[in-house]
Design a protein around this ligand. Structure first.
Ligand code: CMP
Length: 139
């Protein structure tokens, strides 16, 4: 089925001017970027976005990393988009990611892994609603 997923190009990616290079891999995989904006997360926004990880030991480092520079938030559309984008991203840890994936090609480390993608339809809907209003999404 045609799905929507939420993507973030993280500060390590924007810092190294990789927005276009990552978008090229997204589009090559057949996903359409139907909404996109560059923003800077506040600490509160990052804590809300990653609330599911609040109890994890890496939570503080994760929030600090996400507010260390601009990010690009996106809505991606395509057949089976949630799984397809996870496949394009590769493993969370770039050392374990397959060749050709965004994280293998571009990520620095587990914490600075260049991009995020929703893990399920329910989280995609919540994440998209946090960052985009309906009229900003143009399919
Ligand atoms: P992401 O897909 O954005 O979802 C949560 C993020 O937490 C993940 O990518 C990683 O960047 C980060 N993360 C996961 N595990 C660790 C860890 N052990 N140490 C630091 N960061 C982590």
């Amino acid at each position: 089925a045609i799905e929507h997923t939420f993507s973030i190009l993280k500060p390590d990616a924007t810092r190294r001017n990789l927005t276009g290079a990552i978008n090229a891999l997204i589009e090559k995989a057949g996903l359409r970027i139907i909404a996109q904006k560059r923003v800077r997360f506040t600490r509160e926004q990052a804590e809300t976005f990653y609330a599911v990880h609040k109890a994890r030991p890496f939570f503080g480092e994760l929030v600090d990393t996400m507010i260390s520079g601009p990010v690009v938030v996106q809505v991606l559309e395509g057949e089976d988009a949630i799984k397809k984008y996870r496949d394009v991203l590769g493993a969370t840890d770039p050392a374990k990611a397959d060749p050709g994936t965004i994280r293998k090609e571009f990520a620095v480390s587990l914490g600075e892994n260049s991009a995020h993608g929703s893990d399920a339809p329910e989280t995609a809907a919540v994440e998209i609603a946090q960052w985009f209003s309906g009229n900003e999404i143009v399919g």
